[in-house]
Ligand binder design. Sequence first.
Ligand SMILES: Cc1cc2nc3c(=O)[nH]c(=O)nc-3n(C[C@H](O)[C@H](O)[C@H](O)COP(=O)(O)O)c2cc1C
Length: 241
Amino acid sequence: MKILALNGTYRKNGTTTTLINKALEGAATIGAQTEHLLLKDFDIRYCTNCLKCYGDVASEIAPCTHDDDMTAILKRIKKADGVLFGSPVHMGYVTGLMHVFMERACFRLARPTGEIFGLKGCPEPRLTDKPRAAASIVTAGWVPEEMRQYCDLGTQWLKENVPMLINGEFVIDQYAAAYFPKELKDEEWHRAFFLRELTETQQREAFKLGKTFASRISDGNIGPYDVATLMEAFEQPENSD
Ligand SMILES: Cc1cc2nc3c(=O)[nH]c(=O)nc-3n(C[C@H](O)[C@H](O)[C@H](O)COP(=O)(O)O)c2cc1C
């Protein structure tokens, strides 16, 4: 069982990286072979909407006019049984880097031959060789758990889009809310991002997420992408593990 983590952070040793490492440690206890890629370490250029990928409906991984590191990463997704997406919350969403990555993956991993609610030309998976599982960890520097709905649009967006790209199911997610070891004074709030710390509980939760994720894959009960799954993701914005 192979689990690939794709990390959209800009900080190699930040909170997202720490929690992904914990999750992968947890997954390894179930026998997963793990790989952790920091997207910032790769040459990933912007999609130019040239439509080369969109125009090729036959390929399993569609071609692209850019000659950068994307093809290598997409091939790693194909090999994986589970893909863990990690991102800090930036302006209530995933990072720009994660979004650039997803735009580039969009029609390279999905072909526009599907049909949803009678609408033809919808994207459907190209990687139909096996189902893959997905999970996510997002970290925030300011917004507490109880206000997640105002901050974490990224998890919902990943749930709506990832199952189609990897041909599978979204299994579990973690929102690692901001935590400050002491109550912040009024004059400290403008420095909150600097004062935020990860809690032991959040690190344990990430470890457990990795174990649960790997167990679900190892049990063999991950289904391929289907439109009903996509609809569920739209209907349950608060759905988490
Ligand atoms: C441009 C920018 C926007 C951010 N927006 C938010 C936000 O909307 N809500 C929040 O709680 N934290 C926000 N943060 C804080 C980050 O989510 C937080 O520092 C996160 O833990 C960083 O992850 P990292 O340690 O992997 O870099 C933002 C940080 C940056 C740099």
